[in-house]
Design a protein around this ligand. Structure first.
Ligand SMILES: Cc1ncc(COP(=O)(O)O)c(C=O)c1O
Length: 309
């Protein structure tokens, strides 16, 4: 769905609420030319106790951490960004939505060094359903291993959620879609499984879960962390510091993606090889069910993960 079709009218920008159409920047903005921005993607869920942002504290913390390698200073406190976000959701009367905070080097000069470019900050919220489609949540998706490799964390900090990094994600995802797949899996420079263009990946084998470790050039996903915790609480062994080879994708019993946008999405085929029995597997289903029960507050646990609107 395009923004034009959505019932949203306000964006928070540099401390002010502005009309959606007035949230503009100059064409010579540093971040536009060099990808020098950092951002987040979080979700507000329509819970049994009213709208609540899921793991907002962790998203904010990652946003400020992402600034560090770029020596970028956000001129607004975490409290101010929180209040702005809650107010955006209230003003637009959204029960559930996606939340996109972004900070980037703005307009001043265009040397690669950002010099005196100001840091601009904005937050937008809008309704966004299942990222890969409702059907994908139930039946799973088909993915291909991309011919593009992920940047190594020695080339660019892959644990920072930097706008420029997503050129690689776009190339991988579009390559997959051109070949008829829903999404890509990207290998790292060493040839190990890293992640999806906007998702972390989990593998199930003999009843245990495996996910690439943080040194595999991945984003330290907040949904990854959530799934690790809820899976352990369900009694599963989770191996979260491993290297996974490409071939293991084909022989896995089950595979799934995690992400704030993708939530918990089963993968039923990789490179046309059927994973398990080619449908959402039982472990994936149990974890996915538990995930939605948690984020929609149908269970009382994990109260500390919610910021109520
Ligand atoms: C490259 C990449 N990996 C993993 C993820 C999943 O992270 P999270 O669960 O924090 O949304 C994302 C989405 O933000 C991503 O863009």
């Amino acid at each position: 769905m395009s923004f034009d079709e959505m019932d949203v009218d306000t964006i928070w920008m540099d401390g002010e609420f502005v009309d959606w159409d007035d949230a503009q920047i100059h064409v010579l903005t540093h971040g536009l030319h060099y990808g020098t921005g950092v951002f987040e993607g979080a979700r507000c869920y329509d819970t049994e106790n009213g709208p609540a942002i899921f793991r907002w504290e962790e998203h904010l913390e990652r946003l400020y951490h992402s600034c560090k390698p770029y020596e970028m200073e956000i001129d607004h406190s975490p409290e101010e960004l929180t209040e702005a976000t809650l107010e955006l959701i209230r003003r637009q009367d959204l029960a559930s939505c996606y939340i996109r905070p972004i900070a980037f080097y703005g307009y001043h000069s265009l040397g690669v060094s950002p010099g005196d470019c100001p840091t601009r900050t904005a937050i937008a919220v809008w309704p966004w359903g299942a990222y890969l489609g409702e059907e994908a949540l139930e039946n799973g998706i088909e993915v291909m291993v991309s011919s593009w490799r992920k940047h190594s964390s020695s080339q660019i900090p892959t644990n920072a959620k930097t706008t420029g990094l997503y050129v690689n994600s776009m190339l991988a995802g579009e390559e997959a879609r051109r070949h008829g797949y829903a999404e890509a899996i990207v290998l790292n420079k060493e040839g190990h499984v890293a992640e999806g263009p906007g998702e972390n990946v989990f593998l199930v084998r003999d009843g245990e879960l495996y996910t690439p470790g943080l040194s595999e050039s991945i984003l330290d996903g907040i949904t990854r962390d959530t799934v690790i915790e809820i899976a352990r609480d369900l009694g599963y062994t989770v191996n979260d510091d491993v290297s996974i080879s490409r071939g293991e994708l084909h022989t896995a019993d089950e595979l799934f993606f995690t992400g704030s946008a993708a939530e918990v999405t089963p993968i039923r085929k990789v490179d046309n090889v059927v994973v398990g029995d080619g449908s959402r597997g039982p472990v994936t289903e149990e974890i996915q069910q538990r995930f939605f029960d948690v984020v929609e507050r149908r269970v009382d646990d994990y109260e500390e993960w919610f910021t109520y609107v």
